[in-house]
Design a protein around this ligand. Structure first.
Ligand SMILES: O=C(O)CCC(=O)C(=O)O
Length: 320
């Protein structure tokens, strides 16, 4: 009750909840009055009001965003680095970039059989057994498994559509010496990504159709380059955090594939941007924006985090 009063729930609503739970009316009134008079609850209410002001500003920002008509995920061909940074990176807006991967040898070479033939003996780490644990995304240590790339490719080919295993966004495989020649097949988009491209500056994601990365946000800007297959994405603005029911810090309680309005009514007010990212396209994910990603085909993506800016990437400070 103290938490709800601190968040501004009215006396009448609080009384109704207690009465519905079987508390006698006079006792409910007495308890609420006592709680409201307590200095700890009064202090919490003052903090609650500060929080309401921040939410009101975030809602205002979302409303202006909506009125500007920019509630779709734009696809832009041959965007200049200047416009990318001024309109999207610093404007804190997502975008799908087209025309920046035509010089990538990966676009012509990569296939499951190419991975097996050229790099089959290299050991890679994957996340496995995900279907048995709904919290797999926030509990990666329970699912790590090391297999040869040949074995992984065999599993991808045999499985068809599944979310049970995936070479997920946070993996260190790209740093392995055995994959050095695979890294040579990608290019840093000129003027956008730092051309040094050290092994720790990119990540390779590889998996079957049906892999799902649940709704979450990253603490930095990310550019996801789609090489093989398509990915269906849904994005919610960073400034609508109060509508997505966060848990474990960066994940959301909401299943963005099929949101449950009874459990998560506020999610219905969120602005959801949606697109299918095709091979040869790059998705810019602004820092803090919530995203859900589902592979529609066998998929290989590369992510970049080192933007060509004097100060490097901009990070979201996470409260402890
Ligand atoms: O492609 C995916 O499965 C998820 C990518 C992603 O969410 C990320 O890199 O943060």
């Amino acid at each position: 009750m103290a938490e709800n009063l601190a968040l501004g729930v009215s006396t009448e609503d609080a009384r109704q909840v207690l009465v519905n739970a079987g508390v006698e009316d006079a006792l409910a009134r007495q308890e609420i009055a006592a709680a409201q008079a307590h200095p700890y609850v009064a202090g919490a209410r003052r903090i609650g009001r500060r929080y309401e002001w921040l939410e009101a500003l975030a809602d205002l920002y979302a409303e202006l965003h909506r009125q500007s008509g920019e509630v779709r995920l734009e696809k832009r061909r041959d965007l200049s680095p200047e416009e990318f940074f001024s309109r999207y990176y610093f404007g804190h807006r997502p975008v799908v970039l087209q025309g920046h991967m035509e010089d990538w040898p990966a676009m012509r070479r990569w296939s499951l059989s190419d991975f097996s033939e050229r790099f089959g003996d290299v050991e890679v780490e994957i996340m496995s057994g995900r279907n048995t644990n709904p919290d797999h995304a926030s509990q990666p240590d329970k699912h790590r498994q090391v297999v040869s790339l040949r074995e992984y490719v065999r599993r991808v080919e045999a499985a068809g559509e599944t979310n049970d295993f995936y070479m997920v966004p946070r993996n260190e495989n790209w740093k392995r010496d055995g994959l050095a020649r695979l890294r040579e097949d990608i290019r840093a988009p000129a003027g956008i990504i730092d051309p040094e491209l050290r092994p720790d500056m990119t990540t390779l994601l590889l998996g079957p159709p049906g892999t799902v990365t649940p709704l979450h946000h990253d603490n930095m800007n990310v550019l996801l380059a789609q090489v093989m297959g398509r990915k269906h994405v849904r994005l919610v603005p960073s400034f609508q955090r109060h509508l997505v029911y966060p848990r474990h810090g960066t994940f959301s309680e909401v299943d963005a594939a099929l949101p449950d309005p009874a459990r998560f009514p506020l999610y219905g007010e969120a602005t959801v941007l949606e697109a299918v990212v095709e091979p040869g396209e790059m998705l810019f994910l602004p820092v803090g924006w919530w995203h859900w990603v589902r592979a529609l085909d066998v998929s290989a993506s590369v992510t970049f985090h080192h933007f060509q800016l004097p100060g490097g990437n901009t990070h979201l400070r996470t409260p402890q």
